[in-house]
Design a protein around this ligand. Structure first.
Ligand SMILES: NC(=O)c1ccc[n+]([C@@H]2O[C@H](COP(=O)([O-])OP(=O)(O)OC[C@H]3O[C@@H](n4cnc5c(N)ncnc54)[C@H](OP(=O)(O)O)[C@@H]3O)[C@@H](O)[C@H]2O)c1
Length: 245
């Protein structure tokens, strides 16, 4: 099997990479760091860095993955950032949390879709607190993060209308730099989320499901609203200057 996993350098992604390594599967890992360490020479690891804050880097990452494999059994979109303390917009006018956590994985998925059997989008239960109209609301770090994750869940439901085996999930409340950047709470170890991700990645023939850890759960109703999905996709296609289907 070939598995693509983004955000594999720290936290949940790192624990997931370590769990999957050694299975004999070809792991194509991504992170922000220039290199990745701590794997055995026997593990089949390919590593590509890319900053999701730059969509040109996401395009380059997709091209490098396509050159490395002609089949992806599971694409796990895990990389994400917390919202910064103050609203931050990049040179293209895009809010940086939305770009890194939503636009970048959507672009990567679109570029790899024809090779991919199953897509697992790592979202967050915080998406339940957002609405797709939140973009114009007063800024907060957690609000920007939750909005980006609602967009990712709604995109997953939209894509599931067009093809099979696209799911999204909440991996658990996990003690990582991302959690602690936004919330003063404790969490389970990253290995707990890694086991949940491996479980969801290994399911077959389910489609459009939102998992709360390992249990199918109801996502934010807006994610299931076809009109809301279509409006989101229209905005996404404009931001990415790309047809998603
Ligand atoms: N922790 C939780 O309680 C929790 C709860 C719900 C959902 N989640 C989701 O679980 C996933 C993993 O989160 P985590 O808690 O493990 O966070 P984390 O420890 O901060 O790891 C995030 C990963 O994403 C990468 N990343 C961050 N910014 C990036 C950028 N601009 N370009 C490319 N890669 C970037 C990081 O790279 P570096 O190592 O180089 O920074 C790292 O590999 C995320 O999708 C998160 O939203 C987490």
């Amino acid at each position: 099997m070939s598995i693509v996993l983004t955000g594999a350098t720290t936290g949940i992604g790192r624990a997931t990479a370590r769990l999957l390594a050694g299975s004999g599967d070809h792991l194509i890992l991504h992170g922000l760091e220039p290199t990745i360490s701590d794997f055995s020479p026997d593990d089949r690891i390919t590593y590509f860095p890319a900053d999701f804050g730059d969509l040109n880097e996401v395009e380059r990452l997709a091209a490098r993955i396509r050159a490395a494999t002609d089949k992806i059994d599971v694409l796990i979109n895990n990389a994400a950032r917390p919202g910064p303390p103050v609203r931050t917009v990049n040179a293209a006018g895009l809010e940086v949390t939305f770009q890194t956590n939503y636009l970048a994985p959507v672009l990567l998925t679109t570029r790899l879709l024809d090779l991919t059997r199953r897509v697992v989008n790592v979202a967050s239960a915080t998406h339940l607190s957002a609405t797709l109209g939140d973009a114009g609301r007063p800024y907060s770090a957690a609000g920007a993060y939750a909005y980006s994750k609602l967009a990712l869940v709604a995109y997953s439901c939209w894509l599931a209308r067009r093809r099979t085996e696209v799911v999204s999930m909440h991996p658990g409340i996990i003690a990582t730099p991302l959690l602690h950047a936004m919330f003063a709470i404790g969490g389970d170890p990253p290995e707990h989320a890694a086991a949940n991700i491996r479980y969801v990645a290994s399911r077959q023939r389910d489609n459009g499901t939102y998992y709360d850890e390992r249990k199918p759960a109801r996502p934010n109703p807006e994610a299931l609203d076809r009109g809301a999905q279509d409006r989101l996709i229209e905005l996404t296609e404009r931001d990415l200057d790309l047809e998603l289907w």
